[in-house]
Design a protein around this ligand. Structure first.
Ligand SMILES: [Zn+2]
Length: 309
């Protein structure tokens, strides 16, 4: 399998206060786990900034300008609760969004089979006009729109296995039957949305909230009984993953009980869907994951599965 891995050194210049979970060292924690021999065939490249045309498909120019202007010259500034801007934030966020588009270009163009973007800040809590939950621009939404606008994709499915509900992605596509959004997450956790009754305008939204304490078996049951059949029936041209690794039992922000090998199992199940409906095309985008060891191991298990191991 030809698997693309995208990252960028500038991600670490998006600063956070000490003890903030979404910290600069997260990407290095993943990269360290991808140094071994079993990853020698991983195709590595650096992100490029998102273009205005690409980002404006999802976010209005007034909002993009707001994020750019708000970023402080020195120090840190809170834009909403724990969502913090530093001098390097705007550029990092534009690289993270650009990486999503680059991954779409490479996968839709048949250059690679699938791709994983290890980027920060994350994206799935960002709505068109609202930064929250450590997120500024919604990379999964930008990727889906890019696939539709540039590569002729008619339908895109987004599957989100972060421990938190991707309220931003759901908001953006709630009334858009060309995009299917499915999320497995811990019930009643931040941001409080993601109930099973939230189904979108055309049953294009599917939420499977799990009780605190649920393990990998419960996640796989939710996938195989609900999400995978619905994603298959949707017949997407591309599968985008909001790949958060904060459902790991060691994660400080969630109370689900996955272990790193669960991420390999769920990745293979998602690959099977993609093989059946869209030529295996998967663009996977990092969201959460806040215990550095668990994040590195889980992301490595995910990438290893994407590579066909
Ligand atoms: Zn999360």
């Amino acid at each position: 399998m030809r698997t693309l891995f995208l990252s960028h050194p500038r991600y670490r210049e998006h600063l956070a206060p000490e003890n903030h979970p979404e910290q600069p060292g997260r990407i290095a924690a993943i990269e360290r786990r991808l140094e071994g021999e079993s990853f020698q065939h991983l195709i590595r490249d650096t992100a490029r900034p998102v273009t205005d045309a690409e980002i404006l498909r999802v976010h209005p120019v007034s909002y993009v300008d707001h994020i750019r202007i708000q970023a402080p010259h020195d120090g840190l500034m809170s834009i909403s609760n724990d969502t913090i801007l530093s001098n390097g934030t705007y550029e990092a966020a534009r690289l993270a969004a650009g990486a999503a588009c680059l991954a779409v270009d490479e996968v839709m163009g048949g250059i690679v089979d699938n791709a994983f973007s290890a980027a920060r800040p994350p994206g799935h809590h960002a709505s068109a006009r609202q930064a929250m939950g450590f997120c500024f621009f919604n990379h999964a939404a930008i990727a889906a729109r890019h696939a539709q606008a540039v590569h002729g994709a008619e339908r895109v499915a987004i599957v989100d296995f972060d421990v938190h509900h991707g309220n931003g992605t759901q908001n953006i596509f709630y009334s858009d039957e060309t995009v299917f959004y499915a999320s497995i997450h811990q019930a009643q956790l931040f941001p409080g949305t993601g109930e099973a009754s939230e189904t979108g305008i055309a049953n294009n939204i599917l939420n499977v909230p799990l009780a605190a304490g649920a393990n990998g078996t419960a996640v796989m049951a939710a996938l195989t009984e609900a999400i995978l059949p619905a994603a298959t029936a949707f017949r997407p041209d591309l599968l985008v993953l909001s790949a958060g690794f904060d459902a790991h039992y060691r994660d400080p922000l969630g109370d689900l009980n996955l272990v790193e090998t669960d991420y390999a199992i769920l990745t293979r199940a998602l690959m099977e869907v993609a093989d059946g409906v869209c030529g295996g095309r998967i663009v996977s985008l990092l969201e959460g994951g806040y215990d550095l060891d668990a994040l590195g191991l889980s992301a490595a298990a995910h990438v290893s599965a994407l590579m066909g191991h």
